[in-house]
Ligand binder design. Structure first.
Ligand SMILES: Cc1ncc(COP(=O)(O)O)c(C=O)c1O
Ligand SMILES: N[C@H](C=O)CCC(=O)O
Length: 432
């Protein structure tokens, strides 16, 4: 048994002070049971908790730590920036350098605005799309998560789905009526929704590869059809690449699939582990943003000097080392294929979905192409598996409805460690 004495004590204290004891719901282990592990430090592929237990990290702060924890290239950049200022609240050279790199790497982005989180990026992007089109409604997909702005907490994925609150309390009927939802990977449903709201939809926003109902890939032809539909109806197509940006390819999912959206939202990797988000797109759309245009959006700490230093260093490194993407792909293929094979050998035949360096093991033998498919999973068995893996030093997302994120710090030896733990944990979780 893991010694979690200090984590347990800290969680008890935190619950008196912080709602549910955590600052983001999915961390609370609610859907897998038990108490969350409180972390102390991290380096490379490894996390160390407050009781001294060590784990190989397969979440990587939900994506940002693509180079593993504490990479020298990012730490050095932050150290160099530190003495100059923690925040200016005034423009800096590095913001333009970061913007330049983003526009170079991401095909759809001609102009970009930095914000502080993925939520801010998505919230701002739909405001801009509304300002640009003069239309009120947006369309999102069931089980996709775009942060916690009111307009997105309708059929939301991630922690909201995990906790059974995909439609959050506190979101007014007035807001909800402007958010249309349809199942992911279902073109007839999408066409029907657009046809039923002629000239009213400002934007369609989606995770072009979904990570927030577990990992779900777009089916063949889905993204091109979506692109064509948006062009035909004058709808702003927004790819939420908060997870997939700079991860699935240097230019994100849009580069991988060869589809150019009108706008893109970014987060996670772009901050190298510090709080940053961004939204960008075609210049004529982005020129609507204040002070260039009439759509207001602002931020006291936006373009923060430490966050831009970390993000710029990480993005530069990725840009200069494109070979890392083949490495990530090969490592994750070994993990995902190995998991699938183990499940088959044990007679479980569970579904494993993978795109690049993201993957999910779904506790169902049925294919998973949308939220309804993902909801068929055996959640109690997943909870037992999660804890069996944790005992063996493997840190997974504490929810069936999240993807795993692989870093360049995962070596072949660590893949072997994961696969051994996976076999033992599946056996333990199912009493085989
Ligand atoms: C696809 C996607 N969009 C938006 C967000 C919101 O980002 P943040 O948590 O930084 O607000 C997240 C993650 O939380 C995400 O996975
Ligand atoms: N799925 C979420 C983001 O990617 C999980 C992180 C969070 O909400 O705390």
């Amino acid at each position: 048994m893991l010694n979690q004495t200090t984590s347990d004590a800290l969680f008890t204290q935190a619950k008196d002070l912080i709602p549910g004891g955590v600052n983001s719901p999915v961390r609370a282990f609610r859907s897998v049971g038990g108490t969350p592990v409180f972390m102390q430090s991290a380096a490379g592929a490894w996390l160390t908790d407050v009781d001294g237990n060590r784990y190989v990290d397969f979440i990587n702060s939900w994506g940002p730590m693509i180079l593993g924890h504490a990479p020298a290239v990012v730490l050095d950049a932050v150290r160099a920036a530190l003495p100059h200022s923690l925040s200016f609240g005034a423009p800096t050279r590095r913001e333009s350098e970061l913007a330049q790199l983003i526009t170079t790497m991401v095909p759809s982005i001609e102009k970009v605005r930095l914000v502080n989180s993925g939520t801010e990026a998505c919230m701002s992007a739909i405001r801009v799309a509304r300002g640009y089109t003069g239309r009120a409604k947006i369309l999102k997909f069931e089980g996709c998560y775009h942060g916690h702005a009111d307009a997105f907490l309708i059929a939301a994925g991630s922690g909201a789905l995990t906790l059974g609150t995909p439609d959050s309390a506190g979101v007014t009927a007035g807001v909800a009526q402007d958010t249309l939802t349809v199942p992911y990977n279902d073109l007839p449903a999408l066409h029907a929704a657009v046809a039923a709201n002629p000239g009213q939809i400002a934007a369609i926003i989606l995770e072009s590869v979904v990570g927030n109902m577990g990992l779900v890939a777009p089916q063949e032809g889905y993204l091109p059809a979506l692109r064509a539909l948006c062009t035909e109806h004058g709808i702003v197509l927004i790819f939420d690449e908060v997870m997939t940006g700079f991860r699935l390819a240097p230019g994100g999912a849009q580069q991988l699939f060869g589809i150019v959206p009108d706008m893109t939202t970014l987060g996670k990797i772009i901050g190298g582990g510090l709080p940053v988000g961004a939204y960008g797109g075609r210049a004529d759309i982005m020129n609507q943003v204040a002070p260039a245009g009439k759509v207001y959006q602002a931020g006291t700490l936006s373009g923060n000097p430490l966050a831009t230093a970390a993000g710029l260093a990480q993005l530069r490194y990725l840009h200069e080392h494109p070979e890392l993407y083949a490495q990530l792909d090969a490592t994750t293929a070994r993990l995902a294929d190995g998991t699938r094979q183990i499940a088959q050998e044990l007679g479980l035949n569970y579904t494993v979905n993978r795109v690049g360096s993201m993957f999910s093991l779904f506790f169902t033998a049925q294919p998973v192409n949308n939220l309804e498919d993902a909801k068929q999973c055996d959640l109690p068995a997943f909870g037992r598996y999660f804890h069996a893996m944790l005992e063996r030093g493997i840190y997974l997302a504490p929810s069936q409805f999240e993807a795993l994120f692989i870093s360049t710090a995962i070596t072949d030896e660590l893949v072997d460690k994961y696969l051994t733990a996976c076999r033992e944990s599946l056996i333990e979780a199912h009493g085989l």
